[in-house]
Design a protein around this ligand. Structure first.
Ligand SMILES: Nc1nc2c(ncn2[C@@H]2O[C@H](COP(=O)(O)OP(=O)(O)OP(=O)(O)O)[C@@H](O)[C@H]2O)c(=O)[nH]1
Ligand SMILES: [Mg+2]
Length: 234
């Protein structure tokens, strides 16, 4: 890939973002650009990013006025990266649940796929430090979402993925409405329905390092009903 981008949505990630950006730019990925999509975090995440832009000229910041959810942040971020000539886009969290050392491997996978899913459940369960309750929700949620939608993948709710630019362009991002897990499932589902080549690459997922989770019951319920909507209405 000639112009790889990493897109990271942030909300109150001041404690993680500095190290994450540094780790990404020291992976020796040729021509890498990084985009932070921040929803006006009250903790000043954007100030940290602006401070680092002098050091890393291919670090970009897309600041938005208020918190609009993960899905909306990704749609805006993907659009920005595509407009700036990205030919491959990695999406990941800021909190070190996704390991920056895995980015090159996900990008490499795109040589033989249109979408690479970083999968926590390819080899049993590769999740570190999650409370049992959280793990059960995730494992059950994945089995449920795959069964209802028919998607033949082990991890359909994960958020660490690599996209070919052409795949994202074919998706009509402006009509993706879902947030959180639902967003991940809907993007996979649309890609799968288009007959694109999707591959899973095993990753190890670790509980967030710093800061607070933005997971909510409404995000889980949204995904719970969304899978039926996808199955029935496509
Ligand atoms: N721009 C933006 N980013 C968000 C929003 N909600 C979450 N994020 C970011 O999306 C990524 C994933 O959110 P997390 O809170 O880590 O959600 P999670 O991984 O399901 O839960 P935890 O790891 O337990 O916190 C993180 O980088 C968040 O900062 C939002 O509304 N807007
Ligand atoms: Mg997280």
């Amino acid at each position: 890939m000639k112009s790889p981008w990493v897109v990271i949505p942030t909300y109150n990630e001041k404690g993680n973002i500095d190290q994450m950006i540094h780790d990404l730019f020291t992976q020796n990925i040729p021509n890498l650009s990084v985009l932070i999509v921040d929803d006006n975090s009250p903790d000043g995440t954007q100030d940290v990013v602006r401070g680092l832009q002098k050091k890393y000229p291919s670090l970009h910041l897309l600041g938005r006025e208020n918190k609009q959810g993960l899905g909306a942040a990704y749609v805006a971020g993907f659009g920005f990266a595509l407009d700036h000539g990205a030919d491959a886009i990695v999406q990941m969290d800021a909190d070190f649940s996704h390991d920056p050392k895995d980015v090159a491997r996900l990008l490499h996978g795109l040589q033989e796929a249109d979408l690479i899913i970083g999968s926590r459940y390819s080899h049993g369960i590769s999740v570190i430090n999650w409370p049992l309750r959280r793990l059960l929700i995730s494992v059950f949620g994945n089995v449920y979402a795959s069964m209802v939608t028919g998607m033949p993948y082990k991890d359909v709710t994960g958020g660490f993925k690599a996209w070919r630019a052409e795949t994202l362009k074919a998706l009509t991002l402006s009509t993706v409405r879902a947030d959180g897990y639902g967003f991940q499932v809907e993007m996979n589902y649309r890609t799968w329905k288009m007959g694109k080549n999707i591959k899973e690459v095993p990753i190890i997922f670790t509980e967030r390092r710093e800061g607070q989770s933005k997971m909510s019951k409404s995000i889980i319920w949204e995904a719970f009903f969304l899978v039926w909507k996808l199955r029935i209405f496509g």
